[in-house]
Design a protein around this ligand. Structure first.
Ligand SMILES: [Zn+2]
Length: 57
């Protein structure tokens, strides 16, 4: 059984490996963004932190 959740960036369905855990990093095949699984049951993604970026302030 595989898990999947929506990409927060493009709403594509992203499949997680069977043994995925919270904190798993996967890449969206549609938009290429890196996603971190932030919760399971149901699975939810957030954008994974990329390189150190200056977010401004
Ligand atoms: Zn996406």
């Amino acid at each position: 059984m595989s898990h999947s959740a929506e990409c927060p960036e493009c709403a594509a369905k992203v499949t997680l490996p069977d043994d995925a855990v919270v904190g798993e990093i996967v890449q969206c095949a549609e938009c290429g963004v890196e996603l971190e699984a932030v919760s399971q049951d149901p699975w939810k993604f957030a954008r994974a932190p990329e390189e150190e970026e200056d977010w401004g302030e």
